[in-house]
Design a protein around this ligand. Structure first.
Ligand code: HEM
Ligand code: HEM
Length: 182
């Protein structure tokens, strides 16, 4: 596997750091559900700060992606597989911006309060009129987008494993160069 058949180091770093933070954010929500109110609100504070970090890193990642060409898809991938991968990747980029943005918007609409970034500084609230009903709609959108992301993640991981272990044309090694077989 040569440099041309794998993602560059910047793309790989962005992919895995952001993927890990997203997984952490889902785990935080699931764990917070069973916690006493005060602990849950502290954990959700971390969820919000991690979410803002994902938003910033995704904007940087998109700029990186626009200025660095990704490797071409393997030639023996079928046309429908390439099309599906493109759709899933595009939806991921949309959701990696839209999920944290709706979270931030939800908090701004519910309370008008800033989001503490790990106690280091405050991220100002977005300039919405404080309004419970808008907060609820944004909450619904945040939740629905989160559910869509989980479905896409299952599809994405299944695709990556299929291309690696069944089709044997690189697959995972495009994002984990240590797995290359040359
Ligand atoms: C990629 C980043 C994020 C992911 C994957 C994510 C995902 C989720 C999910 C799945 C839920 C549970 C929805 C529900 O059933 O109620 C949730 C709840 C929540 N999220 Fe996020 N979120 C992210 C970023 C953010 C950000 C940036 C903020 C705010 C700055 C935020 C604020 C909240 C709040 C306040 C709730 C709890 C709502 C409630 O039940 O009261 N999230 N998030
Ligand atoms: C929430 C977590 C994840 C997100 C949001 C995500 C998102 C993405 C995106 C957007 C791309 C396309 C990169 C580009 O062309 O710009 C990509 C590629 C890739 N991802 Fe993920 N990913 C996640 C988790 C994973 C996991 C857990 C695996 C391992 C099984 C994985 C394996 C791969 C591989 C192998 C590629 C390269 C695909 C190709 O052959 O072109 N990803 N991912």
């Amino acid at each position: 596997m040569t440099a041309a058949t794998r993602y560059n180091s910047g793309a790989i770093a962005f992919h895995w750091i952001i993927a890990a933070l997203i997984v952490l954010n889902f785990i935080a929500v699931w764990v917070a559900e069973d916690m006493p109110k005060e602990d849950a609100s502290q954990l959700m504070g971390i969820h919000k700060a991690v979410g803002i970090s994902i938003l910033v890193l995704t904007v940087l990642r998109i700029l990186w992606r626009l200025t660095h060409r990704p490797p071409p898809f393997p030639e023996n991938m079928k046309a429908w597989e390439v099309a599906l991968a493109r759709v899933v990747h595009s939806l991921f980029y949309f959701l990696m911006v839209a999920i944290p943005f709706t979270g931030w918007s939800m908090v701004s609409a519910y309370s008008g309060k800033p989001v503490s970034f790990f106690g280091l500084f405050d991220v100002p609230a977005l300039p919405y009129r404080v309004n419970e009903a808008s907060g609820e709609i944004l909450h619904e959108v945040h939740e629905t987008f989160g559910a869509i992301m989980l479905v896409l993640l299952a599809l994405h991981v299944a695709g990556a494993l299929k291309h690696h272990f069944v089709d044997r044309h690189g697959g995972l090694a495009r994002m984990i160069p240590a797995l290359r077989r040359d």
